[in-house]
Write a protein that binds this ligand. Structure first.
Ligand code: ATP
Ligand code: MG
Length: 336
């Protein structure tokens, strides 16, 4: 369809992220319900056109694990991206509403994300770059699909120039400035799965609602391809030896920058959290079925050389189990 702004009627807002907002809209000529993402982009007309060309690849993305793309257009100063509307929203919204997600469902989520990542990489050589619960969507047919993947290098650049997203799903190697690979997405998947299974972000008991990370993150450097998104860019040592417990406790009490992740008596600034991801053992699932725990452990191997690719992980015992499981996702999705 040839999408025009005037043909789209706003119904209501679905949510806001760092890069813009998403609205539920109706395409009047066809009656089709869509999700319209509005991204504010501060870029030259030539760059905007390049972004639109790059977004065109999404027309060729055809997988039941990937959100369908209906089209994109310029509505100065925004770029509007119209996509499949998922009526149950994103998994972060779902667990915040219903609490920790049943491990059977988490297994199905892992399978869907791995299928989506494998499709994007094998067929289009696309690395997602932003796997997290808010980019995994669900509908009332019980389908699980991923969205917001990095199709457009120019879009990534333009957004990176204006803001930086929460970097807390970022793999240790990315924090240290290495290039994105498909294995960085696997790390982010592991963190996301723990978050869904526990019903909270794994690195803290609770992330204080009012924490405004933007000020801090702008100093954390944009995730530009080739740029130094690393401790080095911050003038910090890339890694530090583990501190003795007493000294660590003292340090944890000190708040830096006023931005904190709080929980369990521990206070961490975003910077400390990133250092924690690099220096400390990866988080783990515990108290869950062994295959689930083993799978998450393999996603969260800190050395990317040891971590498997999404394609290899499709052969993992827990994922094979999830594929065979008769668990009814559609029935589940209709309980909330
Ligand atoms: P960030 O900007 O850090 O990536 P985000 O993913 O939450 O965070 P957006 O991508 O702007 O930000 O999305 C905002 C919200 O809109 C999401 O959390 C999700 O709940 C909702 N949303 C996005 N796309 C769709 C869609 N296709 N169908 C239904 N809801 C959607
Ligand atoms: Mg998103």
């Amino acid at each position: 369809i040839d999408l025009k702004n005037e043909d789209l009627k706003d119904l209501h807002e679905l949510g806001q992220g760092n890069g813009g907002s998403v609205k539920k809209v109706e395409h009047i000529p066809t009656g089709k319900i869509m999700a319209k993402k509005i991204v504010l982009i501060d870029a030259k007309p030539s760059v905007r056109k390049q972004i639109l060309r790059e977004l065109h690849i999404m027309h060729d993305c055809d997988s039941k694990y990937i959100i369908s793309f209906y089209g994109a257009y310029l509505a100065d100063p925004n770029i509007c991206i119209c996509m499949e509307f998922m009526d149950k929203g994103s998994l972060d919204g779902i667990y915040k509403k219903i609490g920790a997600i049943d491990i059977e469902v988490v297994g199905k989520v892992a399978l869907a994300v791995l299928e989506g990542l494998t499709y994007l990489y094998d067929v289009h050589r696309i690395i997602h770059r932003d796997i997290k619960p808010s980019n995994i969507l669900c509908n009332s047919q019980g389908e699980i699909k991923i969205c917001d993947f990095g199709v457009s290098g120019e879009l990534i650049n333009s957004i990176a120039d204006t803001f930086v997203g929460t970097s807390t799903y970022m793999s240790p190697e990315r924090i240290q400035g290495a290039q994105y690979t498909v294995k960085s997405d696997v790390w982010s998947l592991g963190i996301s799965l723990i978050e869904l299974a526990l019903g909270r972000f794994p690195f803290s008991e609770s992330l204080s609602d009012d924490s405004d990370l933007s000020d801090f993150e702008s100093t954390l450097s944009p995730a530009r391809p080739g740029s130094m998104n690393s401790f080095a860019a911050l003038g910090l040592p890339p890694a530090r030896p583990r501190r003795p417990a007493a000294e660590k406790a003292k340090k944890d009490k000190r708040k830096s920058k006023g931005v904190s992740l709080q929980g369990g008596g521990m206070t961490m600034s975003i910077l400390e959290l990133l250092q924690h991801i690099v220096n400390e053992p990866a988080p783990r699932l515990s108290g869950f079925p062994e295959p689930a725990e083993a799978f998450v452990d393999s996603c969260l191997l800190k050395d990317p050389d040891q971590r498997k690719t999404p394609k290899d992980l499709l052969k993992d015992e827990w994922i094979v189990e999830a594929r065979l499981s008769p668990f009814d996702l559609q029935a589940w999705a209709n309980t909330f």
